[in-house]
Design a protein around this ligand. Sequence first.
Ligand code: AMP
Length: 210
Amino acid sequence: MNIIFLGAPGAGKGTQAELIAKKYNIPTISTGNIIREALKSGTEMGFKAKAFIEAGQLVPDEVVIGIIKERLAKGDCENGFILDGFPRTIPQAKALDVMGVRIDKVVDIEVPDENIKARMTGRRVCGTCGASYHLEFKKPAQNGICDSCGAELIQRKDDAPETVADRLSVYHKQTEPLKKYYEEHGKLEIVDGLGDVAEITAHIEKALED
Ligand code: AMP
């Protein structure tokens, strides 16, 4: 099954994508993670993307479309995949159509802006292994230290309050129109993203089976 996860940044797409991907035994493809890896390893693409990410803006379409093209060509996508964070603009969605990529379902995880702000500004990540925590909802055993590898926890620059506001505004302007796009294609499934992680996963599973 070829699935797209839509939703505002911080709506829980990443967590849910991982859980559903495990169930279907398909890979999750997160353009955000691919770009952050490129940034860490200092590639030219990472360098180009840096200023956009840190300002809470989208990386130009041609860059992310190139990333997706390359990733979808890999063998592990043959039995399906979950796209987490792509497409984020109408031209990106149209690029998938032009590539001939069949999409079976688009799951939109809905969370109000106020909840998104609280989730994102409290998020802390491990600078070494990438594990994710939250000051309120998912505290590490020891304050500021990663449970998995013992490294220091940091706030992603794009999780700072001013940047979160910018990212939400970018989401409403550029990404939200994709809901209508996929609704018109008869693919959209809307899921309430508030509440228990397991409960949300169950709703997504049901939406995918319908
Ligand atoms: P994420 O972790 O998915 O929120 O992505 C982090 C950042 O990477 C975003 O704020 C964008 O700057 C960039 N990014 C990720 N995916 C895309 C995309 N499909 N189009 C444009 N920019 C993207």
